[in-house]
Design a protein around this ligand. Structure first.
Ligand SMILES: Cc1ncc(COP(=O)(O)O)c(C=O)c1O
Length: 388
């Protein structure tokens, strides 16, 4: 028999493993380390949502659902998206419920990419975008974002990065890992550009409720954009429901139909218990979400102030639960900086290079941890950085 590894498809062999996982394997084995590396809420899912899941089980709700998701859930999603984002979708055919934004993103990419198609996205970005495009035999086309633009996209960069064959652009505001947001004027410019180039937009709005200054606007709500947008959202972040694995996409019927094929054959449907919990989140989850948002904001103000005081240049993230300070003045790669910090201060942050080459020179520090942990982490970092 040949070497077992030679059975793995070439495009899979070529994919690197996530930089975050590798780094945190080291951090996990260290005693007393404080992790600012976490990419999920430190809050447990609000009780009334957990209770809805338990009640669903008690009622014996243990079957498959419609491939698109429970109709009651799709109705509530349509109401939520209509009310909060100003976009009307038909729950009978324009909404697909999946296993997190991760899955609906994969379905969208698989639905639209022919081998060799190019997909743009702004970078630094969520670790999955580039690999997910490559897994569909697409070509990733990153667009650099910069702190001087608040890590929003810059239209000159978008135009410079565009190449013939670009079929869609993935956007994510507020952005993981930078906390960048896009203002409505910028979204209008981007909308004009995608119309000019006749592209689709995949808009990952998973952090949209966690916007601290200004209101969130979805590009899909701008005139004429709904027809060329796949709006994606989920319950993981704002509702603290990562383990429920539930998310959704809203898009024109033909696109949902295309995405449904992957979803139907690969997944069948999202777990019914999670779908029942998601209905409860949409119906009554607002106040508990607001309380978590207030905590994140208080922690953000603290940690960003402390970073700047200790000499780590850090722009104010206007959304998400991530700060993205610059570490260039220490003259090392972000991986070496993160390793040094872990070793000497026992504080774990994620090297910015895990979010694409343009993330090098930065680290991601999550403030999804207690205020006390943040205070302790800041003290430890300050005493180590003084001597670097
Ligand atoms: C920008 C972004 N999109 C999508 C996801 C995945 O979300 P889900 O849990 O809904 O799959 C994450 C998770 O970290 C994220 O940061």
């Amino acid at each position: 028999m040949k070497d077992i590894k030679s059975f793995i498809a070439k495009h899979v062999v070529d994919l690197p493993r996530s930089g975050i996982r590798e780094f945190f394997a080291v951090a996990a084995n260290m005693q007393d380390a404080i992790s600012l590396g976490i990419g999920e809420p430190d809050f447990v899912t609000p009780w009334h949502i957990r209770e809805a899941a338990i009640f669903a089980l008690e009622k014996g709700r243990t079957c498959y659902t419609d491939n698109l998701g429970l109709r009651r859930l799709r109705n509530e999603i349509a109401k939520y998206v209509g009310k909060n984002y100003g976009i009307e979708y038909d729950p009978s055919c324009e909404i697909l419920v999946g296993v997190g934004v991760s899955e609906v993103l994969d379905c969208a990419l698989r639905a639209i990419i022919n081998p060799g198609d190019k997909i743009m996205y702004h970078e630094p970005c969520f670790v999955s975008y580039s690999p997910s495009i490559k897994l569909c035999h697409g070509i990733p086309v990153p667009v650099k974002t910069r702190p001087e633009d608040g890590f929003s996209f810059n239209m000159d960069e978008v135009r410079k990065s565009w190449e013939p064959g670009c079929k869609a652009i993935v956007i994510n505001f507020p952005t993981n890992p930078t906390g960048g947001v896009a203002e409505i004027s910028q979204l209008r410019e981007l909308a004009e550009f995608v119309v000019e180039k006749d592209m689709l937009v995949i808009s990952d709005e998973i952090y949209s409720e966690l916007r601290y200054e200004g209101g969130h606007v979805s590009i899909a709500s701008l005139p004429g954009m709904k027809d060329r947008c796949i709006f994606m959202h989920g319950f993981s972040k704002a509702f603290a429901m990562t383990g429920f694995r539930i998310g959704y996409a809203c898009a024109p019927k033909a696109l949902i139909e295309g995405m449904m094929k992957t979803h139907q054959y690969a997944i069948m449907c999202a777990p019914i218990v999670s779908q029942e919990a998601a209905i409860e989140a949409l119906l009554r989850g607002g106040p508990s979400m607001e309380k978590m948002r207030e905590q994140y904001m208080r922690r953000r103000d603290f940690i960003v102030r402390r970073f700047n005081e200790m000499g780590l240049d850090c722009h104010l993230p206007k959304g998400t639960f991530y700060a993205f300070p610059c570490v260039k003045r220490y003259g090392m790669s972000s991986m070496d900086f993160a390793k040094t910090l872990l070793e000497k201060a026992k504080v774990a942050v994620v090297p910015g290079s895990a979010f694409g080459p343009s993330g090098d020179g930065y680290v991601r520090a999550s403030f999804s941890t207690s205020y006390e942990n943040l205070m302790e982490a800041a003290d430890r970092m300050e005493s180590v950085l003084k001597n670097l």
